[in-house]
Design a protein around this ligand. Structure first.
Ligand SMILES: NC(=O)c1ccc[n+]([C@@H]2O[C@H](COP(=O)([O-])OP(=O)(O)OC[C@H]3O[C@@H](n4cnc5c(N)ncnc54)[C@H](OP(=O)(O)O)[C@@H]3O)[C@@H](O)[C@H]2O)c1
Length: 427
């Protein structure tokens, strides 16, 4: 019989325990499909005594993740501890230096250190697999590196943080304000220990970094992403957007343009009738566009024990079958350094503001917009109680720079009260 593929599992939390369960439950099926057994030889976590809901007695135990990565009876390190630095990075480096491939779900580590780790891997003829790091159970990396390998990818975009999508959907469905839904999501355990990673768009931007690197053959460039979170989206914005046929989503978009690589993660309006507009709750969606294939839409669970462990196992099974792909889909030396686009492509914008309810207020704002080169497509004024009037505009296609000029000119009009909200409308 062909030798088993021996896994060392570092981290036995949500994802790690899920992987152990699949390996145990599906041992026969995995062996048949891979032509060799897939076995766990050793594990590590912080606490040895915690009940993980799955028997661990057959496996070796290490207190130190680096010791786990270095064991002679571990062929593949499965890193499921998390954290951009610390034990996850130390164990990954130890495994790579020994020529062992690493399977991980750790988007933070790869978004920030992916290039250096990929170089380290290649120096030892190893690789890093990270299907689970981007959009959980959706096999987006495999789609890009295998099924779409013959395409020049022209754009990738998606809703890749289920918690933000849950918050925005729930605000709209239940008519609840952001703070209340945020507290609810927190109580349900949906938010990361540091919630700004979710609602600030950082977690989703980590995923977009990896997606863009593989899609466009560029070095992962987290710092090149324009990031805006969902904290300022109000229930009014969600209602007004729906009134005009749009939904608000935390949308990541990356595309090469003549101005450089555009990468942004921000709340956007998308048509309600589009697949992205229809995406409710904690589900993720990734849209891939290639020169030959056109558009592909992938939808599924972006997090949780089963879906994330499923993605980890996809990588493990490739390795068991002897299938290897370079970390970012091509040799690391061939990745190009992206030139970040100085500005996003022009788009229509949704603009909400509150005006003093005085004669001529609207004209002053329209003039400020016009002088900045922003033309108005539609305008709405909602019922209000004096002395302030909520007003919203939809602009024709404009650049963000022109819009920012208009926003900067608003205080001088003396009629705009509070901070206006500007959201891009994505076609
Ligand atoms: N949860 C998801 O749905 C999901 C989805 C996609 C990607 N991911 C990624 O998957 C990774 C794991 O996430 P998770 O949700 O499974 O996290 P988790 O539930 O918090 O589990 C983390 C595990 O790592 C162990 N650990 C932490 N520090 C350690 C150390 N110094 N030495 C040994 N073990 C250590 C913990 O041990 P103890 O249990 O003893 O504390 C725990 O078992 C992260 O990179 C995350 O971003 C998660």
């Amino acid at each position: 019989m062909t030798a088993p593929l021996r896994l060392g599992i570092a981290g036995l939390g949500t994802v790690g325990a899920g992987v152990v369960k699949i390996v145990r439950r599906q041992a026969g099926m995995l062996q048949t499909r891979a032509g060799r057994p897939v076995a766990i030889t050793a594990v590590t976590a912080r606490s040895r005594d915690k009940d993980r809901g799955v028997p661990l007695g057959d496996y070796g135990w290490e207190d130190d993740p680096v010791a786990l990565a270095s064991r002679d009876d571990v062929d593949i390190l499965v890193e499921l501890m998390g954290g951009a630095d610390g034990p996850a990075k130390a164990a990954t480096e130890a495994a790579l230096d020994l020529g062992k491939t690493v399977v991980t779900a750790n988007k933070a580590m790869l978004a920030l250190h992916g290039q250096a780790l990929a170089e380290r891997a290649e120096a030892q003829n190893a690789t890093i697999r990270f299907e689970a790091a981007v959009a959980g159970g959706i096999p987006v990396m495999k789609s890009l590196t295998e099924g779409l390998a013959g395409n020049q990818i022209t754009r990738v975009m998606g809703v890749m943080n289920g918690t933000c999508n849950y918050i925005l959907t729930r605000m709209g469905d239940a008519g609840l304000p952001y703070d209340e839904v945020f507290a609810e999501a927190n109580a349900l355990g949906y938010l990361e220990a540091d919630p700004t990673l979710d609602v600030g768009g950082i977690d989703a931007a980590h995923k977009l970094t990896l997606l863009a690197s593989v899609a466009f053959g560029t070095t992962p460039d987290f710092t090149g992403i324009e990031i805006e979170g969902i904290e300022r989206v109000s229930i009014d914005d969600i209602r007004h957007a729906a009134d005009m046929g749009f939904a608000i989503k935390l949308l990541g978009v990356a595309q090469p343009t003549a101005r450089g690589l555009e990468q942004r993660m921000s709340p956007c309006l998308v048509p309600l009738a589009s697949p992205l507009g229809q995406l409710d709750g904690a589900t993720n969606m990734v849209v891939l566009e290639g020169d030959a294939v056109g558009q592909i839409v992938l939808r599924g669970a972006g997090a949780g024990e089963g879906p994330t462990a499923s993605a980890v196992m996809g990588d493990v099974m490739d390795l068991a079958r002897g299938l290897t792909v370079p970390t970012f889909g091509q040799p690391v030396s061939s990745l190009t350094q992206p030139k970040p686009a100085q500005a996003a492509a022009p788009a229509p914008y949704y603009l909400r503001m509150t005006l003093s309810d005085k004669p001529g207020a609207m004209a002053k704002v329209a003039t400020a917009l016009g002088e900045a080169g922003v033309s108005i497509d539609r305008m709405r004024q909602y019922q209000h109680e004096a002395p302030e009037a909520p007003v919203l505009f939809v602009t024709h296609k404009t650049t963000r720079a022109a819009l920012d000029d208009a926003l900067a000119a608003f205080p001088a009009t003396g009629v705009v009260t509070g901070d206006p909200v500007a959201l891009r409308i994505e076609s």
